[in-house]
Design a binder for this molecule. Sequence first.
Ligand SMILES: [Zn+2]
Length: 335
Amino acid sequence: MSLENLPAISVPLPWQAEAWSRWQAQLAADQLPHALLVSGPEGVGKQRLAVALSRWLLCHAPRNAANCGECPACRHSRAGSHGDWLWVGPSGKGQVIRVDQIREVIAFAWRTAGFGRRKVITLVPADRMNTAAANALLKCLEEPAEDTFLILVTDRLHALPATVRSRCQRLSLPLPEAGQALDWLDPLTGQRERSQALLDLAAGRPLRAEALFRSDAAEALGARRTLLADYLQGRARLPQVAAALGERPLLEALDEIEALLLSQLRGASREQLRGGGRDWLRVLDELAALRRSAVAGANPNPQLALESLLVPLERSFLGGEGGATMKRSSIGGSP
Ligand SMILES: [Zn+2]
C-alpha cells in the first residue's frame, strides 16, 4: 500500500474496534508500548489500521477517537510528507528491507521530533527484513527512543525472528466474521449478493474483496476459480489449468490457489479434513515455501511450480477413500 490518496481522517475498520479502544486506553494511561506488531492474513486491513494509528499518534488534536483531519500534522500525514513519520517498505530487486534502511530507522528514532511530540516508524511488511536488517532492528527494540512508536505489520508472523516478535506487543487480526465483512462491503457494492460473491472469491478477506470490486477483476478470477474447481473434480485437464494460472504473475497465481484451498478448508467437515484435508495442508506448506523462494528472488519456473502444486491437489481430491469432495456451489462462477 502506498500513502497516496489517504482520506482526511483515517479510521479503523469495524472489526478492529476492540484493538483500537485498547490502544486508546493504553495511550491515555501513557502505557502504549513503543513497539507494536500487527499480524494476520492478507486483506483484513492491517495496513489501514497501522495508518490510522500512525496518524492518530501524530495528530495535534485527535477527536472522536481518530486523527482530526485538519491540523498541520494531519495535512502532512495525509500527503505522506510528515517529517516525523517514516514508512519503510521493501525495495530493490529482491524486494527486501535492507540493513541500510534499518540504519535510517535507528537514526530517525534518535532524532528529536521536528513537528510534534511523537515520531512514528511503520514497517510494512516487516517480514521482508533480511537477517542483517532484523538484527539491526533489535537495537531499536531494546533501547527504545522516547515518544517514538514502531509499528510492524506482517502477513507472515513466523517469518519474523522470534527475537523481534518477543520484543513487541502483538496484535493478531483474524478474518472478520462474514456478517461484519458483508455489512462493510454492502454500501460499496450496493447489493448483498454481490458482496457475498466477492467475499467468497476473496476467501473471506474484505479488503481483497474491495480491491476486486474496484479493479473489475472479479469476473476473470471467478472463471479461473471455476476452472480450478473443475480440474479438482476431474473435469478439466492439468495443462489447461496450469496455462490459465500461468498467465498470472507467479505470486498472484499462488494466492489464487491458496484462497481456494483456504475457503475449502473453512467449509470442510471433520471427515473431509481427515481425508483430503491433510493433503491440502501439505500443499499449503509447499505453496508457502514456493512463495518464500519467489519473494527471495529465486525465480522458479512458474509452470513447473504450479504443476508441483496442482498434481498432488488433484490426487487428494479424486484419490481413493476419504478423498475430499468439493462443494462446487460454494465457489467459482462470476459474481
Ligand atoms: Zn490532526
